[in-house]
Ligand binder design. Structure first.
Ligand SMILES: *Cc1c(COP(=O)(O)O)cnc(C)c1O
Length: 354
């Protein structure tokens, strides 16, 4: 069992922060002064260290590089006007991390290591949390197999780490989306519901092909009929049809259960909308569009919160939207931001003080 005292902290000599302007920094490019590192060996977690952010020394035979046991999470911390740092729903990410771990035949991470480790780390790097509108600290916990041995089997050793990256506003311009009918992201029985590194690698070719055709992202459809919509790139997807919000349900195991997705469902309900989580056929979307009932389409995820979709292309049929006339997506985004920066009451208990 890991106790608080087991967070072995090595202090930095000098903060890198003096060299970096936290305003408008690009996503994922700068990392804070500290990182957390822990090893799973002989059936237990040990060597829990918080130390200066630094390169890893790894053998070329590292199992993760060859066989892809690698998972991650993405979480954000915000500074409110009072200067308090709060993390958005980290326990949900912790639970999802272990769901991913189980699916990838990796050891689960104890709650104390993940949650207290994250809090201790952020506390040390507290000055790195920007206190500007639309800025935040992106938290990246991850785990990979670390056996130095290329025999095919689940690794016996694993490394769990957390790194932190301050991030500026994500100027998500409205996207043009290509409905994908050839390549698939996830199948029932597969790993679509896990935040596994390989899911990202496997999606890049189809995304690049869509970009060649002039689109920003693909809308993934089911593997059998290429009809039922799943996710938009690496975001969950919502359709406002009539006065209802519809998002694909999680039951087939092909969809990543986004924390933003879950929060947006709640906020939509708070705003008085009916939300349906169910399978959604592209034909139903097209019919709604033809009937003038398809009002808004948007993706949700931690990086951008909400990304508006201004064009959706299925075969030869193009659906275009005037995103400036939308009301629902902007209201949801505003409400989410108000909760995160402490401007309205956090009625759902989403913010965790550190
Ligand atoms: C991370 C991720 C999401 C969004 O999840 P959030 O918890 O909202 O950030 C959606 N789809 C995929 C495939 C993802 O990897």
């Amino acid at each position: 069992m890991i106790a608080a005292a087991d967070f072995n902290i090595t202090k930095i000599e000098r903060s890198k922060l003096t060299d970096i302007n936290l305003e408008n920094i690009p996503f994922g490019k700068y990392f804070t002064d500290y990182m957390l590192e822990a090893d799973f060996e002989d059936g237990e977690w040990r060597n829990v260290e918080i130390k200066p952010y630094q390169p890893l020394l790894l053998e070329p035979s590292l199992a993760a590089i060859h066989y892809g046991q690698a998972i991650f999470e993405g979480i954000k911390a915000y500074k409110n006007e009072a200067g308090e740092v709060q993390i958005f729903r980290p326990l949900d990410n912790y639970k999802r991390f272990n769901i991913s771990a189980v699916r990838m035949q990796m050891p689960e991470v104890p709650e104390h290591l993940f949650m207290e480790g994250m809090r201790t780390l952020i506390n040390l790097d507290r000055n790195w949390v920007p206190n500007k509108p639309d800025h935040s600290l992106y938290i990246r916990p991850f785990m990979f197999s670390s056996d130095e041995m290329i025999g095919v089997r689940p690794s016996e050793k694993y490394k769990f780490m957390i790194i932190l990256s301050p991030t500026g506003p994500y100027y998500a311009t409205p996207m043009r989306i290509y409905v994908e009918e050839q390549y698939v992201r996830a199948v029932p029985g597969g790993v679509g519901y896990a935040k596994a590194a390989g899911n990202y690698g496997a999606a890049m070719y189809a995304t690049a092909e869509a970009k060649k055709k002039g689109y920003d992202q693909v809308l993934w459809t089911d593997a059998f009929e290429h009809k039922y919509v799943q996710e938009c790139g690496t975001m969950n997807v919502f359709f406002i049809i009539g006065n209802k919000a519809i998002t694909p349900g999680l039951e087939s195991g092909t969809i990543l259960a986004g924390v933003t997705r879950d929060s947006v469902i709640q906020v939509l309900k708070d705003l008085g909308l009916t939300v349906e989580e169910r399978s959604l056929n592209i034909d139903e979307i097209i019919e709604a569009h033809k009937a003038g009932e398809l009002k808004e389409v948007f993706g949700t995820g931690t990086a951008a919160t909400i990304s508006l979709i201004k064009e959706l292309r299925y075969k030869d049929y193009t659906m275009e939207f005037d995103v400036n006339s939308w009301t629902t997506a902007p209201s949801v985004k505003q409400r989410m931001n108000d909760i995160r920066y402490g401007k309205v009451a956090d009625t759902h208990g989403w913010m965790q003080k550190i």
